[in-house]
Design a protein around this ligand. Structure first.
Ligand code: HGA
Length: 609
């Protein structure tokens, strides 16, 4: 979701800022803007649409040599996407410019009070109120930081924000509450961003702000403090990321690049974590010794979107390998339903970015109620990683594509290791454990094999790309795979897809089957094979086309199309069966001319409610 970039130093700011926005484009947005300060004047340029529209607008006037500025990509929550509502926002005098990620919950009251005080609001956003409030505080506050702090005292909601004051060209003030902000420490220059992706071209030395923290940033220094005026001391950490991770490197789009990075990403997730001798896994980050692992009576996975489906695959793995009850629930529901927190349960919060607001809120609710919660996140230093304090890092490497592929795969791989570990402190035999270890080790090669079959999946995708609706069907191990497959298709091709448990089909949705309604049926080679074959026959008998995704030998002519997946250990089938569905969604979307990396209305990390 929205992106923030700030710069202060000796370079010309606008190109640095716009380049930073460009690197945040993958997060999803609807408008962009930049404000630079020079000789006591703030110049704001904004455009609805893409960063390239902003570039064009900037090119309409003479380039500013300003060396300080802030910039933003907006994903609208308050007010339509438009030039007027795009950030940065100014106060009435044009003294303060603000960019903001998040939602101000009491915006309506704040805006009403400003209007009652005679302020003329020019946008419909919650953010604009912040600019006016900070400007009002500047009348009495000794510093910009104090004015921001004072203004934020009356603000409820979430924010990552950066403030520019035309009378203070030597500093930017930033604040964070629920929306990420990171400082990039350069050599005589400083960067601010909502995501390290915007910084790694310039510096790998970063400072992550915590919730409730502010910072005053100048070209050569920064100082941090809390909202209640306590000084904090933060040393920069070095992020282990390289700029190339955010480059296409010859690929047509990030989704394809990241699909092809899966074998390597899986190998990274497994590295140093598999124990041949004891046929188990080492997950040091969990911070749970065998006694604590044995005390776990059930496991609940919490995530949103694809992370939730990965959690469902994880729950199946835990039940199969550890024989303890496990389930998955959307974190967004969990947080709102006043959940009963089981003191004997292990909760697993899943988020690629580690910043998913709904999942973070679920973690906070769990911690408040004394639940044991670990994170399964990809981004080190992210809010959920820090809030949980322990967990499993996914090691997928930066994921840029909105449609998650390698991070999702590494979630399930990590849950297989967690399930193995929980199983091996219980009754899973060493021989069975060894089988899973061997199966996990073989995954990168098997994923490579699936990717090598891309052209066949492309052909099938093209054959059915005209379909307006599709079913995705699976049972038990295949059910979360079907859900994820439907999700991926919806996200990037905009074809309506619905997932059902195969046996549920006859309880209602079978009425929809006809020649125009293709079904993708997930058929693992397991004890339910005959049942899945029966499902396919029921569909075909009603004239419905079937694409079977399988590692089994199906009778000739059973399905209209068969996507073959190599055989592995049956418990790990969901990991492999998911990969061709990525390709199917990808090629359907490509055939329909969709913008793969910028699916409409979607954002990479969902940092708002
Ligand atoms: N509420 C602000 C910013 C939205 C946002 O953070 N999106 O991710 C607005 O609507 O402008």
């Amino acid at each position: 979701m929205c992106g923030i970039v700030g710069y202060i130093g000796s370079r010309v700011a606008t190109p640095v800022l716009v380049e930073g926005l460009h690197r945040l484009e993958y997060r999803g947005y609807d408008s962009a803007g930049v404000a630079v300060l020079r000789r006591g004047r703030i110049t704001v340029t904004k455009a609805a649409g893409r960063v390239r529209d902003l570039r064009e607008r900037l090119a309409e006037s003479a380039p500013s040599p300003a060396t300080v500025g802030i910039a933003h990509t907006r994903w609208a929550t308050h007010g339509e996407p438009s030039d007027r509502n795009a950030h940065p926002h100014l106060d009435a005098e044009g003294r303060i410019a603000v960019v903001h990620n998040g939602i101000i919950e009491n915006a309506e009251q704040l805006r009403a009070k400003l209007v009652a005080d005679g302020v003329e609001l020019v946008s419909e956003t919650d953010t604009e109120a912040l600019a006016h409030l900070i400007a009002a505080e500047l009348a009495t506050a000794p510093s910009l930081e104090d004015a921001v702090r004072a203004a934020l005292r009356g603000v409820e909601g979430t924010y990552g924000l950066v403030v520019l004051d035309r009378t203070r060209p030597d500093e930017l003030v930033v604040a964070r509450n629920g929306s990420p902000i990171v400082l990039g420490v350069g050599d005589g220059e400083m960067f601010v961003a909502s995501d390290v992706a915007a910084l790694v071209h310039h510096t790998q030395r970063v400072v992550f702000l915590d919730d409730g923290e502010l910072a005053t940033v100048s070209a050569g220094a920064y100082r941090t403090s809390t909202l209640d005026s306590r000084r904090t001391s933060k040393e920069p950490t070095t992020v282990d990321l390289v700029a190339d991770d955010y480059e296409l490197g010859g690929h047509s789009d990030f989704m394809r690049k990241e699909m092809y990075e899966q074998p390597e990403a899986i190998a990274r997730a497994l590295r140093g974590r598999l124990d041949e001798r004891f046929a188990t896994a080492h997950l040091g980050g969990l911070g749970l010794d065998p006694m604590a692992l044995r005390a776990v009576k059930r496991v609940k996975f919490l995530g949103c979107g694809s992370a939730y489906y990965a959690g469902q695959m994880g729950a199946t793995l835990v039940e199969e390998l550890a024989r303890i009850p496990a389930d998955a629930e959307p974190a967004s529901e969990f947080r709102y339903r006043n959940p009963v927190v089981d003191p004997d349960a292990l909760y697993v919060a899943i988020s690629q970015s580690g910043e998913t607001l709904d999942t973070l809120a679920a973690v906070q609710e769990l911690r408040r109620k004394g639940g044991l919660v670990i994170g399964a996140v990809n981004v080190v230093g992210s809010a959920i990683a820090r809030e949980c304090g322990s967990g499993v890092f996914l090691h997928a490497g930066p994921e840029v594509s909105v449609a998650s592929t390698k991070a999702l795969t590494n979630m399930t791989v990590s849950f297989a290791m967690l399930a193995l570990l929980l199983g091996r402190v219980r009754d899973l035999s060493a021989a069975a454990g060894q089988r899973i270890v061997t199966g996990l080790r073989a995954l990168p090669e098997r994923v490579d094999e699936i990717l090598a079959g891309e052209s066949e999946v492309e052909r099938i995708a093209k054959r059915f790309a005209h379909a307006r609706h599709m079913f995705f069907l699976g049972r038990v191990r295949g059910w979360p795979v079907a859900r994820e497959g439907a999700q991926k298709l919806k996200e990037i091709s905009y074809v309506h897809a619905e997932a059902y448990q195969s046996a549920e089909l006859k309880h209602g949705p079978l009425a929809l089957i006809d020649a125009e309604m293709p079904s993708v049926v997930i058929v693992p080679e397991d004890e339910l094979l005959a049942k899945n074959i029966g499902t396919i026959e029921q569909i075909r008998a009603r004239g419905g086309p079937v694409i079977a995704v399988t590692n089994a030998d199906l009778p000739d002519g059973l399905a209209d199309e068969v996507i073959r997946v190599p055989r592995g250990e049956p418990e790990l089938d969901p990991i492999l069966l998911t990969v061709p569905l990525q390709l199917l969604a990808y090629h359907t979307a490509t055939a329909l001319g969709r913008d793969i990396d910028k699916p409409r209305n979607l954002a990479k990390s969902v940092t708002v409610e």
